[in-house]
Design a protein around this ligand. Structure first.
Ligand SMILES: [Zn+2]
Ligand SMILES: [Zn+2]
Length: 394
């Protein structure tokens, strides 16, 4: 089968490898129809995670079940399925509580597993013609329709990008009438903003440093905030000051936002020097922007170790300096971590099927799998307006 493999830092290739097959009774093999390229793939691509050469990349797959093991009961050959990025067993101590990203069985001796992520198990990725899905009854979400139909782009985002965006709004406790700022207008950030609006947010600000991403945020109805133009916390406070209406006593103290989301992670750019990384940039800005009693959701990835930490403020050992005292004194609630796919995927699927949500609008590029090396390169350089790219498999 043809797959995208990691070769070396900023080098991937499309190669032939032995076909995925049913290895355990609870496995299925899925023929992939669409696989998305994610900012998380770039952590491998940029040589930050210690990925081994030959690793098959991709954790956002949609396709058709081609073969099923004898212990698979809920999914059958021919079913159209999306494959949540974080693999889980469905029945362990944590899965039973809905904490599926902390599954205790899928990667024995570890907490949680995923396709194509170093440290998350041996699972080959879905930027491939075929992918093996373990614990298939839990890890295949069955979908209506046929490959290439009107929901192909919406459904592939159920594998990770939208679910992570929605999870970010859960972490930040977004509720009706909230004011929300999302740092990062990549696919996850845009879909976090989109989720905030679905949940009834009154104002949604979208902060980024890239023209095309800011344009997409505006197109989707969020207030774009260009961090190259100055402190985004100050910009948002200024925009909020200009709103009409009377204020409650003391409300001027609450001129920031009630909920903030980091959809950037450890490879954040320094806004004064966008060519440099500053992993403290987003959390520092959010700490100043969030209101007293507010909430933060941290959905951007922070790796346990960083093979090439930024010279200023980087964190080889995973430690990171944050404005702890400011957050304490404001009484801010902070939520962290990977999305618990089991809690959200079917609910979000139903928002698509009912016509309430069209997350596929964040996708800007479609490419054949053979173009993966060029697509990775352009996405990594934030070139050519790529916000979200999807590989369409013939
Ligand atoms: Zn992803
Ligand atoms: Zn489990």
């Amino acid at each position: 089968m043809r797959v995208v493999v990691f070769k070396a830092t900023r080098q991937v290739a499309v190669e032939d490898v032995p076909d995925a097959r049913v290895e355990q009774d609870h496995d299925v093999v899925v023929r992939v129809t669409s696989s998305a390229l994610c900012g998380t793939d770039l952590h491998m691509y940029d040589g930050r995670t210690g990925a081994a050469p030959g690793m098959v990349l991709g954790h956002e797959g949609l396709g058709i079940v081609e073969a099923a093991g004898s212990a698979v009961h809920r999914v059958k050959r021919g079913d159209r399925v999306v494959l949540p990025a974080h693999i889980f067993c469905g029945v362990c101590f944590n899965c039973a509580r809905g904490d599926s990203a902390a599954c205790l069985r899928v990667h024995p001796g570890h907490v949680g597993g995923a396709y194509a992520m170093p440290g998350m198990g041996p699972f080959r990725g879905s930027q491939a013609e075929l992918v093996r899905v373990p614990f298939a009854d839990a890890n295949c979400v069955v979908l209506p329709g046929v490959p290439g139909d009107e929901h192909e782009d919406d459904f592939v985002l159920l594998a990770d990008a939208w679910v992570t965006g929605w999870h970010a709004t859960e972490l930040a406790g977004v509720r009706a009438a909230d004011t929300v700022a999302v740092f990062g207008a990549g696919a996850v950030g845009l879909l976090a903003a989109y989720s905030a609006r679905l949940r009834g947010a009154s104002e949604v600000y979208s902060v980024d440093l890239v023209d095309e991403r800011l344009d997409k945020a505006a197109e989707m109805g969020f207030v774009p905030v260009d961090a190259r133009q100055g402190d985004p916390a100050a910009q948002i406070r200024e925009l909020r000051r200009a709103r009409p209406g009377t204020r409650l006593p003391g409300e001027e103290e609450m001129g920031g936002v009630m909920a903030g989301i980091d959809a950037v992670g450890f490879q954040a750019r320094d806004r004064r020097h966008p060519d440099r990384e500053n992993p403290r940039q987003a959390i520092g800005d959010l700490a100043r922007l969030v209101n007293p009693t507010g909430r933060l959701g941290i959905a951007g990835v922070f790796t346990a170790t960083d093979a090439a930490p930024a010279p200023d403020g980087g964190h080889a050992d995973g430690s990171l300096q944050v404005p702890w005292a400011a957050l304490f004194n404001k009484g801010v609630t902070i939520g962290f971590g990977r999305t618990h796919d089991r809690r959200y995927t079917t609910h979000l699927r139903d928002l698509i099927i009912s016509g309430r949500a069209r997350p596929g609008q964040v996708i800007t590029h479609h490419q054949p799998l053979n173009n993966a090396p060029d697509t990775y390169d352009r996405f990594d350089r934030r070139a050519d307006g790529i916000v979200k790219a999807v590989f369409r498999h013939p």
